[in-house]
Structures are given as C-alpha cells and as structure tokens.
Design a protein around this ligand. Structure first.
Ligand code: NCD
Length: 292
C-alpha cells in the first residue's frame, strides 16, 4: 500500500492488523525503521492533535521530519497543491501527511507523483487515522467490535470523523446509530432525539459543531444545542456502567459535552489522543516499509 487516504481502502483484516501493530508499539515501545525516510506534514487547515501526534510518531520511528508551514509556503503566492507536492518529491521527501479543506484533494496527486500520501483530513471527506485511533480505543476497552452499540452524535454532515468511522465500525460488526439535528444529517439516516436505548449504548462518540463548514449562522445557541443534542450530566448518569465516551476533539465545553464529563471516569478522550501516536506509527511503518 503506497497511500492511505480513506478507510474504504482497508479490508477488515488490514484494519485489525494495523490495530495489532499499534498495540505492539503501545506494549513494547517504538523501533526505528530500517531505512531513514524523509517525511513532511502539510496542514492547510488548523490542527493541534493530528499534526503533533504525526510528528511524535515520525520522530519515534527515526524519520527525518521536514518542517512545512502552509501559511509561509509558496501556496500563499498561488502555487498549486500539485506543484507543492512535486517540489517536495524532487527535494527527496518520501511521504507526506496532508490535511486540506478540499474533499478528495488527493485524487490530483495519487498516480501522478511517487510520493506516499497519508490523509490527515480532507474537508468533510475522510480522516482515516482518526478512525483507526477511535477503533483502537474501542477495541482496547471491549476486546472486539461484534455486537457493540455505538452512537455517533453531533454535526454528522460536516464530519470526516463520522464518515470514516461509520463504514469501518459497521464492517467490523458494530451497530452504529447517528444522532443529529435534522439539518445536519448529510447522507446518513439519523435519529433526532436521545432516548433510553441510545443512552444504553456501549460507546457514545460526540462530534464538534463545525461552524467553519457551515454556510449559514447556527440555528442553535450553545445552551439549546447542549440541551437537545449534547451529552448533559443528566444523560451521562443514565449511561451503562462500563460504557465509554469518545470525542475526536477539539471539544466545545458545554456544547456537545458537559464540561464535567471531559475527564470523568467514562471518558477516554485523552486516551484517544495517546492512542493516536501508536496508530500513526503503525500507518507510517506500513506505508514506508512498502516503498521498496
Ligand atoms: C477532527 C478533525 O479535524 O477532523 N479533529 C481531529 O482531527 N482530532 C474533528 C474536528 O475538528 O472537530
């Protein structure tokens, strides 16, 4: 595999093999790759977790990491993404992690350059390594996916996290229910109200309201959204004893999640961030070792 741009590329057994490899990194620590590859992280949208966790994963694998700041690069002078990538390829970069606002930006690159592309998020399209870290966190908790009831709640239409997870979780045997306002369902069949059944799920995954992808001003106030669709303290009290709360972050305290739940005993939000480093090491290793 030369690139990882979508969860749809991975078979169930390939997903599980990546999770096993990540588990190995968590248990035994990182080992440097046999060859010193050069990589760079091209982020054309804001990022804290994904960018830094890729960088940590890259350093742990002994890779050369070439700094790239999109705001100081020649893209500001009008250089296209394709020309930027061809430039980095000529300079000797082996793989790029790219986050870009255009859905499917990678279609103009794959097959036209020899550089490996790992998608760090394409608009509201896909975010495969976020999905892998969510899957890793769920499997770490429950041992498998078969028969788990999972709610993904929030701004589904604009969420590359929902889109990446929906397909992967279903293929792995979980029952996924989407909960969102009627305006934000996108292509998903969703329910629009919390009920006992949903609160009785094994995993409740909350999503941020992605104002930057909305054309119109929000129809909700923070409070009205929280009361209708958020995980309130009262709803959390009705969750199953061993159920967990996930959120890809950044979270809006008091909007999709009550601020007292962010570090509660059911929350795995910061563990998800830790797990991101292990799964990104597994992805980088798979792609880079496959290059020769
Ligand atoms: C998500 C993203 O950028 O898609 N965050 C992340 O990568 N951890 C979700 C979000 O921005 O809401």
């Amino acid at each position: 595999m030369n690139d990882l741009v979508s969860m749809k590329q991975l078979s169930e057994s390939e997903i599980l093999a990546l999770l096993d490899r990540a588990q190995n990194f968590e248990t035994y620590g990182a080992r440097e790759l046999p060859k010193k590859y050069t990589v760079s992280n091209l982020f054309f949208e804001p990022s804290t977790r994904t960018k830094t966790s890729f960088e940590v994963a890259e350093r742990k694998l002994g890779l050369d990491v070439v700094p790239f700041e999109s705001g100081l690069s020649s893209t500001i002078k009008g250089e296209t993404l394709y020309d930027t990538v061809k430039t980095l390829e000529s300079i000797g970069v082996d793989a790029l992690v790219i986050r870009h606002p255009d859905v499917g930006y990678y279609n103009q690159l794959i097959g036209k350059t020899n550089i490996s592309i790992i998608n760090g998020g394409d608009g509201s399209g896909q975010h495969p390594t976020q999905s892998l870290l969510d899957l890793y966190t769920i499997r770490e908790e429950f041992g498998s996916f078969e028969g788990l009831n999972i709610v993904i709640a929030g701004d589904i239409a604009h969420s590359r996290v929902a889109r990446s997870n929906a397909d992967a979780l279903t293929r792995l045997g979980a029952n996924v229910t989407f909960l969102c306002p009627t305006e934000w369902c996108g292509e998903f069949n969703a329910v629009h109200e919390w009920d006992e059944n949903l609160l009785n799920s094994d995993v409740i995954m909350l999503l941020r309201v992605q104002h930057e992808r909305h054309n119109e001003k929000s129809i909700f106030t923070k409070e009205s959204y929280h009361n209708q669709y958020g995980l309130t303290l009262e709803r959390a009290k009705r969750m199953k004893e061993n159920a967990i709360i996930l959120h890809p972050a950044p979270f809006n305290r008091g909007v999709e999640i009550d601020e007292n739940l962010i570090e509660c005993s059911k929350s795995r939000i910061f563990k998800q961030m830790e797990n991101g480093v292990y799964v990104r090491m597994a992805v980088l290793e798979l792609i880079l070792n496959g290059r020769n």
